[in-house]
Design a protein around this ligand. Sequence first.
Ligand code: SAH
Ligand code: SF4
Ligand code: F3S
Length: 448
Amino acid sequence: MKVFFKTYGCQMNVRDTEAVRSLLERNGYAFTDDEAAADIILVNTCSVRGKAEDKAIGKLGLLTAGDRRHRAIVGAMGCMVQRLQERIFNSVPGLDFAVGPRSAWRLPQLLARVCSGETGVLAVDGGESVDNLDELDGHVQSQSPAAFINILYGCNRGCSYCIVPQVRGSEWSRSAAEIINEARKVVAGGGREITLLGQSVMRYGLLNPVWDADYASSRGYSEPLPRLLEALDAIDGLERIRFTSGHPSGCTSELAYAMRDLSAVCEHLHLPVQSGSDRILERMRRGYNVATYLEAVARMRAAVGEVAFTTDVIVGFPGETEEDFNATRELMEHVGFLNSFIFKYSPREGTAAADMDDDVSQDEKMRRNRILLEDQNRRAMLLNERETGKKVEVLVEGVSPRNTERWSGRTRRNQIVVFEPPGNIECGMLLNVKITRVMAQTLYGEVV
Ligand code: SAH
Ligand code: SF4
Ligand code: F3S
């Protein structure tokens, strides 16, 4: 049986798809990247905004149209399954099975049932042990030189607009030994870079113990994330380490020192700000204000030097005035984000913000979205122009998707670099590239 995957949502979903693929391969299923050739199609869904759900429902609707005997078996996994539970079978009547993010390890058994003719099979989190998730994780082989590793499941923050805590459950940190083991496997499989994933990744190890009692940090770190970074930095052949998403409360001096002193830890931080207005941040229950956010940025920059900051922003949150919006523009300019992901507020059932009046019109959300994108392009262009003529270290990721004559990779600051490949090029190589030309999203250069 050949399985095809379609993945929506964040990096965590990308990682879950990979993990499920390797789990199914270990259980005798084959993978295909040709949808038409698949016997089983698994759609990994996201619930974070209404539009994300609409896309998955649309795709699932197309896939399940017609008589099951003449089409592939179709299943849904991920956050939307956890949110809708059995209601997903009303939204997608022909759906054969559905599995939530914390139950994905049960897929081999579920698929066996579906293959023997059962339909409407559902598995969602009933508070299973996270040990089963650990088992699902554990890298087997990296598909690219840059791999994702889950370090923190779930989220306890409860931002007022956000569905994630409902669908991903409570915060739980994986044991450091498991993570280190997985990172070693990534390197053994040809990987050179890892990104540690957690919704609020700097909370790693703050709620449950992650180290054996006798572990001592040789640099004297006391906080769990810096300790983990130190241990990972020591792995031979692991060139780069990133972690995402950050939160200002986690930008401690110790973490800043770890970013400064550990050579594999990249000078890049994704630090979602969401808004530049204290009033809106308060209503979002983000747990910081503009001043504390800026302090966090300054602390990291003071220790590390040039940290590239990227961010997420929501426009049109309930009650957001033109003044609030302008404060966001100002803050973004002030920090100088190298990249930002801008989202139009989307009310999510069961969240605190869903009870607030969604009073910014769709047109106005679109206008604010467009303005921030234009600002971002202009800003990124100016920031990138400073790189012209400089030599940057690029981790080679593969043939450029836009122009197959060229290859591309990323800098430590996470900028995409496109270049003419030298003869001996391979994925996972580190190259020095001299930047000759820049765009807002891409740098172009020559290998030196
Ligand atoms: N855990 C991450 C964010 C995960 S969701 C963090 O806290 O940084 C990714 C982004 O989607 C969020 O940062 C936010 O900008 C956006 N988002 C989340 N819920 C949203 C909603 N209801 N409407 C619009 N955007 C939303
Ligand atoms: Fe959602 Fe906030 Fe948790 Fe991020 S930190 S996943 S925005 S609740
Ligand atoms: Fe979406 Fe779930 Fe990620 S809701 S953003 S796929 S955690």
